[in-house]
Design a protein around this ligand. Structure first.
Ligand code: ADP
Length: 430
């Protein structure tokens, strides 16, 4: 499912950005082509202005003079003096003569009136024109005319636009290559960006699925016991009935505890987990927990010890019930994973405005590679060694609660064997 979403979002993201980029760069290309053409035409006009100005003071026109003023060789020129073409015209090819005729025709149809009305000694006009009607402009033309009495002078200068066109072509190829590279880069970036964006969602969905699967698995065992006991009830003797009813009751309680744990974890995930802080005497909380678990420890021949600060410590702003719940989880685990004859020690200390509650056991301990997993939901280091009423949720609930208090819950090895869990809470404001 995520792969499909990934692909679609990549197409959407890359599609939109690439379209915007193409529209903008096409616009830029158009503007830059137009300004390139304009500047070419303006520089042609300037050159022609200078040429005509020099021409006005010239009495003899030769190819050498034209070469000197930078016209000959660069442009195609036709000069007619008193209806007589200058000699160097004879070198013009047939195609060139045809080209000049087309340029004159173009001038006659489009600009003649403007020229006739002009009052300058030499009238001149520059215009772009196409040698072939169907195609776009391929020349800039300048026509200069002087008619004074019986003397007449006409000049036609044609500037081919191949160089400009090849410049435009190069610009377009560059534009295409750059856009292609940008398209590839944007597509790759979109692919990577969407991947990074979807990763947490994918991870959260994976965890959710795992959570539901694990929860269903845990619920299945007590349900199976309840169902089998209830179906066996019909033919059971009175003594057997009592055993079955006890089983149903204890499995029902187990289920109810599991459902409570699941609800607590779900509400913490949806940020509906409420912490009600009030000043609490942590030594009293620890002492209460000691009293509650003392019988259980004694049942397993485990020595339960407690160490409290000698002097009184300030009340801790926390949710009393929740912290009690965390302490209970830690003591319950410590007793569960410590063999007979072992001992579990509870300790409370206050140092640098921080409270430290430790539950130290000398039980089976937790291998280093397991330590980072034990706070995960439904994680049990060795399910076969976990007691029946341990679902692998205790430490994840404990760490959620401590996290909501902005504190920390850490585990390390007890020197000599076993585990030490330490809760750290800050002595902040409520
Ligand atoms: P559980 O309810 O199964 O104890 P927890 O989340 O409380 O689940 O603990 C997860 C796992 O961490 C346990 O299955 C156990 O393997 C390990 N663990 C927790 N506390 C201790 C401890 N005091 N000593 C050894 N292992 C422990």
């Amino acid at each position: 499912m995520f792969q499909k979403v990934h692909l679609r979002l990549t197409f959407l993201c890359a599609g939109v950005t690439i379209t915007i980029m193409l529209i903008m760069s096409l616009g830029y290309l158009k503007v830059s082509e137009r300004s390139l053409k304009n500047s070419h035409f303006t520089s042609f006009q300037k050159e022609m202005n200078t040429f005509i100005n020099t021409l006005e003071h010239q009495t003899v026109i030769t190819p050498e003079w034209l070469m000197n003023v930078g016209i000959q060789g660069k442009y195609q020129i036709q000069i007619i003096d008193n209806e007589v073409p200058l000699l160097f015209h004879e070198r013009n090819t047939k195609a060139q003569k045809e080209l000049f005729r087309t340029a004159w025709n173009y001038y006659e149809t489009h600009f003649k009136i403007a020229m006739v009305n002009s009052t300058h000694t030499i009238f001149h006009i520059e215009f772009p024109f196409s040698s072939n009607e169907q195609e776009k402009d391929d020349y800039y033309a300048c026509i200069a005319i002087s008619e004074q009495g019986n003397n007449s002078f006409q000049a036609l200068i044609l500037a081919p636009l191949q160089q400009l066109e090849s410049q435009i072509r190069t610009q377009r190829i560059l534009f295409f290559i750059l856009n292609l590279m940008a398209t590839i880069a944007l597509s790759l970036f979109s692919w990577y960006f969407i991947r990074q964006l979807l990763k947490p969602l994918e991870e959260s969905q994976r965890k959710q699925t795992q959570f539901v699967a694990a929860a269903s698995h845990e619920l299945r065992t007590p349900l199976a016991v309840i169902l089998s006991c209830s179906s066996a009830l019909e033919q059971a003797s009175d003594t057997e009935k009592k055993v079955f009813l006890d089983s149903i009751q204890s499995e029902g309680k187990r289920m109810s505890r599991l459902v409570d744990d699941l609800l607590l974890l779900t509400s913490s995930e949806q940020r509906r987990f409420s912490i009600c802080k009030e000043p609490a005497e942590l030594d009293t909380l620890l002492l209460n927990a000691y009293e509650v678990f003392e019988p259980l420890a004694a049942e397993k021949s485990i020595q339960l010890l407690i160490t409290l600060p000698d002097t009184s410590i300030p009340a801790c702003p926390c949710d009393k019930e929740r912290i009690q719940q965390v302490i209970a989880i830690l003591i319950h685990n410590a007793i569960s994973y410590t063999s007979e004859g072992g001992h579990v020690a509870l300790s409370l200390s206050f140092h640098k405005q921080k409270y430290f509650i430790s539950v130290i056991d000398n039980g089976i301990g937790i291998p280093d590679e397991e330590k980072k997993h034990i706070f995960e939901r439904f994680y049990r280091a060795d399910p076969s060694r976990s007691p029946k009423d341990h679902f692998g949720l205790g430490l994840s609930i404990a760490s959620e609660i401590i996290h909501e208090h902005h504190g920390t819950l850490q585990v390390k090895d007890t020197p000599g064997g076993g585990s030490t869990f330490t809760i750290t809470l800050a002595c902040g404001h409520i």
